[in-house]
Design a protein around this ligand. Structure first.
Ligand code: C5P
Length: 378
């Protein structure tokens, strides 16, 4: 029986990692497409984040209902007892909920300013932050090979980052579209645009706005990178925090944990939306929504739930490993289908180092003990 359970857990683990990898690539590309290829006014980022949080909670409630044998009385009783009466346990989720809402908004900002490949490779730094938080908060010991792969990871990310040419070309290519967004989404530029445009002397948008030399290109790139760096810290901390709650501590089910998280996430997402109240009053909550926007909302919600499954059955570091696979997929599609700049040699070398280092990290003796740990908890 133990062997069956072990195999069952292993396949759940592998399946969740593969699904997450495909989900991540689709999400990154669709999000970037939805922000850069819009023919009309851009949608408001905070509303999209709120919609995906609402969808996630609705789905989690459906799962709870199914898990309760579709008996409404049982579902309501569990909600009352596990979420409301268990107020202290519920309250613990306020911290990751806040960070995730910030992080999910940053994701949109990052992908409005960076090409898909640069975003994904840089975001791999979250493996480093996750490892540090896993060490500090879960007491996970890192073997020398782990540290070696983390150093390689840093090297690879730096190579991709130094390769400014690649990103400049691709960011400047979307410049006119991104500039069209400024009115509705000032957070995109952090106010840096105004001054420079003024100095430019009644700047219009001539064809040579596509030149890599455009100063705003650097500002956008910097803003995008900053958004990714903050996300790496938030992702590492929240991921380990959530993993700790579903693996150790009080044995509350994953569905209940997601509902507890969802309640706070919605509250924080509503606060974020209220920051855009003027634009919403003027042009409506769903202004600029296209089919791509709805798909992004849907895939983002589905991805969030997938992430929680990988945290329960695999772990956060392996989750990073899965997303690094998706880098290859989305870079290729982004280049071939979305017209982002072709990767330079330096980018390819840097990305290869990032991916190999993640593989190196994935193949570790630690895996055995983690499997035993999950089997024990199941
Ligand atoms: O990049 P990272 O793995 O940190 O992304 C985490 C994503 O998963 C966020 O969008 C977050 O909202 C979502 N999530 C979730 N439910 C959880 C844990 C994370 O929806 N239990």
């Amino acid at each position: 029986e133990k062997r069956w359970l072990r195999n069952h857990l292993l396949s759940l683990k592998t399946l969740s990692l593969v699904v997450l990898s495909v989900q991540t690539s689709t999400m990154v590309l669709l999000l970037r497409y939805s922000r850069t290829t819009s023919t009309h006014q851009p949608y408001i980022i905070t509303t999209a984040v709120l919609m995906s949080e609402l969808l996630k909670l609705a789905l989690s409630l459906c799962f709870l209902h199914l898990d309760s044998g579709k008996i409404m009385r049982v579902t309501l009783k569990r909600l009352y007892e596990d979420v409301l009466l268990n107020a202290w346990e519920t309250l613990k989720l306020a911290i990751p909920a806040f960070l995730y809402v910030v992080q999910n908004n940053l994701l949109f900002i990052a992908l409005s300013n960076l090409d898909a490949a640069t975003y994904q490779v840089t975001y791999q730094l979250k493996i480093l932050t996750t490892a540090i938080f896993s060490w500090v908060m879960l007491g996970k010991r890192l073997a020398p090979i782990h540290w070696l792969s983390l150093c390689l990871l840093m090297l690879g990310v730096s190579l991709v980052q130094v390769d400014g040419g690649n990103a400049n070309r691709s960011t400047s290519k979307i410049l006119p579209e991104v500039e069209a967004m400024e009115g509705a989404d000032p957070s995109l530029l952090g106010g840096a645009e105004g001054g420079e445009a003024g100095e430019g002397g009644g700047e219009v948008h001539p064809p040579d706005a596509h030149n890599a030399a455009h100063p705003n290109t650097e500002v956008r790139r910097l803003l995008g990178i900053l958004a990714v760096f903050v996300s790496c810290i938030s992702s590492g901390f929240s991921g380990v925090y959530f993993e700790r709650l579903v693996k150790k501590g009080k044995q509350t089910s994953l569905i209940i944990r997601n509902i507890q998280l969802g309640v706070f996430s919605i509250a924080f997402a509503v606060m974020a939306v209220s920051g855009d109240s003027r634009a919403i009053r003027e042009n409506g909550f769903f202004q600029g929504y296209s089919l791509a926007t709805w798909l992004v909302v849907l895939i983002q919600a589905f991805g969030g739930l997938m992430v929680s499954v990988t945290m329960k059955y695999a772990d956060n570091i392996l989750k990073g490993f899965a997303t690094s696979l998706s880098i290859v997929m989305s870079s290729l599609v982004s280049w071939l289908a979305l017209g982002d700049a072709a990767p330079t040699i330096q980018f390819v070398i840097g990305a290869s180092i990032v991916i190999s280092s993640t593989f190196l990290y994935g193949v570790t003796p630690q895996r055995e003990s983690e499997i035993r740990e999950s089997t024990h908890h199941a």
